[in-house]
Design a protein around this ligand. Structure first.
Ligand SMILES: Cc1cc2nc3c(=O)[nH]c(=O)nc-3n(C[C@H](O)[C@H](O)[C@H](O)COP(=O)(O)O)c2cc1C
Length: 186
């Protein structure tokens, strides 16, 4: 074989090793999924920051019926969001049941606070999937309310008795460094 072909074969081999190596590496390190719900974009921004900070995948909880501005107008006592929050057993439908939690050890659950609790659609999600053997880390965005009551609710409703790590409320402007240093301290 000429030198040229030896060199060509060798570079092809090296290239395929790099390609397979990189996909194995990402499958091995990406054992964390950020599952988020966001009605007005704040929690989506936080989920993107978290994904960058720790190299996690993301999955968005999408309601079958999107929330309009009127639905979210909490000054109106009977808006959709207020009606849903008033009834702890109400479960708005998901658009799809296509999340695959199987490859992930840890699920970071990210949501806004509505009347100091998780939106009911988050309860729909955590009752629709099996979290057995996983670790759940709850994080939320809010105007100012604390995450505590939502964690009580999540622990009560979630399917599969996962272990929970301490949760935290963040500003939607949390930086990757800020999130990472909290996450690593858990
Ligand atoms: C129906 C509704 C109720 C809310 N209730 C609270 C609340 O009790 N406490 C609070 O601090 N913020 C509250 N907020 C503000 C949201 O938690 C905050 O704007 C959040 O970052 C929105 O996230 P999103 O943009 O991902 O939907 C409420 C917002 C809505 C729409």
């Amino acid at each position: 074989m000429s030198n040229f072909f030896v060199r060509l074969l060798s570079s092809l081999f090296t290239f395929s090793l790099i390609m397979s190596g990189s996909s194995v590496a990402s499958a091995a390190t990406n054992d964390t999924l950020v599952v988020y719900f966001s009605a007005t974009g704040n929690t989506r921004a936080m989920a993107a920051t978290i994904s960058t900070a720790i190299g996690a995948d993301t999955y968005e909880i999408v309601p079958q019926e999107p929330y309009s501005e009127d639905d979210l107008n909490y000054h109106n006592e009977s808006c959709r969001a207020n009606n849903e929050q008033r009834n702890a057993t109400l479960r708005p439908k998901l658009k799809a049941l296509d999340a695959d939690l199987t490859p992930y050890k840890t699920v970071i659950l990210a949501y806004p606070l509505w009347w100091a609790e998780e939106p009911r659609i988050v309860d729909t999600f955590i009752e629709s999937y099996d979290f057995s053997g996983k670790t759940v880390v709850p994080v939320c965005t809010s105007g100012s309310s604390d995450i505590a009551q939502s964690i009580v609710n999540l622990k009560k409703n979630i399917k599969g008795k996962p272990s929970f790590k301490e949760g935290k409320r963040f500003s939607s402007h949390v930086t990757a460094d800020e999130f990472k240093s909290w996450y690593e301290s858990l």
